[in-house]
Design a protein. Sequence first.
Length: 420
Amino acid sequence: MYDAIKKQDKELFAALEGEETREREGLELIPSENYVSKAVREAQGSILTNKYAEGYPGRRYYGGQEFTDQAEAFAIERVKKLFGASFANVQPHSGANANIGMYFALLQPGDTVLGMDLSHGGHLTHGHPVTYITKFFNFVRYKMKDVETGEIDYDDMLAVAKAHKPKIILAGFSAYSRELDYAKFVAIAREVGAYAVIDAAHIAGLIAGKAAKNPFDYGFDIMTSTTHKTLRGPRGGIILTRESEELAKKIDKAIFPGLQGGPLMHVIAAKAVAFSEALHPSFQTYAAQILTNAKAMEAVFKANNVRMLGGGTSNHLILADVFGSLAIPGKVAEKVLDTVGITLNKNVIADDTRSPMDPSGIRFGTPAITTRGFTEKESTRVAELMLQALQGKDDEVTLKAVHQEIKDLCAKFPIPDTFV
């Protein structure tokens, strides 16, 4: 692999080889990361990277689009089937672009969006003040009613919605470990005349694999998502519309020409491959195992009295308060675990008194280790090794032993090339 790069660019070749070794010999627990198949990688590195294809299938601004139209049509039809959507835009370059395009399709400058507070599990693109999107639209927030159970304060959400009259009520999250009550979201949206939108980036694979509820079954109007994470595709975004052709047309216009130029056709081809893989019956087995593995890890942390936001998990991720439970800042925990071959991320917890760059928590999940073939047994052991490393963070002998066991596990469960 990388033969041409090796001859032409030795510095970059070394970086690629280093990353390949890191992934092969270490465990990926960041909930927003996963491994893709060889077929996805081939599509993303394919000849389609040469082709400029502004517009949409059958409506391009340049000639020579016979095969780009086919590739994009494959992606559109497959993702519609996966999620039960009537319309799909597969061109967003990222989940952030998908959300921004959705906002510009549905809103006028100054309109209001009601989304989850970042510290309670939301995402930057849901209206954090550091993002430029807040210069165009007004964002108000809902939170958890009880951070120990993860229950959303739906009464407060309704009160905020009545007071601020948002045009969009946005479900979805980045670091929230429980299920949302979709029926309540839709009911509140209907009461105030708002669109019900879900950013399903983190749980799209669980929805596609029928391991989690489909928001469209509860009347959501639009779903945005990334195509990596639990969906196990290339890095990119999608916007799905349940049934309104009018909304779908607005979304298409917002993405192109409104927000992006030519689509990345090689990435769209890779999305098409990933959607095909997710339509295979084996993907449902995979999605279910993600949840089972997360519960196995939860059990270990619960048995060791480590506080988990929301009291545990109902999806693919866990947010643990390591500062409150182990007197270890999240930043330190991330670094310690990195040294033993376990990659995760430091993360703020609800109403954290520490800073985002030095928070109280760590966020981790099971999509990538499940791709490697881990079951409850291996997931339980990984959780035990995490705690062993954290509790022995100043003991080189302990850390060395944990690192070796992680390497042995990775050798036993190599990253697969094919999933179907």
